[in-house]
Design a protein around this ligand. Sequence first.
Ligand SMILES: Cc1cc(C)cc(-c2cc(NC(=O)[C@H]3COCCO3)[nH]n2)c1
Length: 223
Amino acid sequence: MVEHEYGGDQIQILEGLEAVRKRPGMYIGSTSAKGLHHLVYEIVDNSVDEALAGFCHHIQVEINKGNTITVTDDGRGIPVDINHKSGKPAVEVVFTVLHAGGKFGGGGYKVSGGLHGVGASVVNALSDWLVVEVRRDGKVYKQTYEKGKTTSDLEVVGSCDPESTGTKVTFKPDETIFEVTEYDYDTLKVRLRETAFLTKGLKISLTDHRGEEDRKDVFHYEG
Ligand SMILES: Cc1cc(C)cc(-c2cc(NC(=O)[C@H]3COCCO3)[nH]n2)c1
């Protein structure tokens, strides 16, 4: 690959991020409480896709102190192999390339919690920071981003049982973008219960760590 082509790709990525941060409403509908909660649905939808593919059985959503969100699944783990067009790990492409495909192919971007999660890079762009951990092949991989820009190379930070695979994402919504930065437990509860109902067999748990005591609900509907 010739040097200038690489530059082109990098510029494309930066333009994508800038577009999302300049007009967030175009990508997540609004920057009100609705948009704040939409960030969670965009991430969860990726794990739901993995569940629909038959590889993920449990998704955990946690509201942490400071109103950061952690979503953990037990799927195969986002691929970490180097994508030969970009020279970047597949997981980095997922979180940094704005997929022009949007929800319905073509350039248009449909705002909705539609499936076939492609919104990870949008969530990343609208977050002060985002950390992803992938468990795959008995290794624990980690990468970090700030406002959608990569701030560390993908690195192996540990090892794990080869049978233990999955993806964990923690992010902090950018308070300069969202008018509301406090998560509402019941809003997430209603949506996650509906998602579990529509995805028979998938267990979805929601935990709020912000209080003295944790508050938790688990949704699991059999077919
Ligand atoms: C929380 C979260 C967030 C994102 C962006 C992706 C995922 C995700 C993605 C996947 N699985 C995959 O990407 C599939 C894709 O096909 C190869 C094996 O892995 N599982 N979980 C989870």
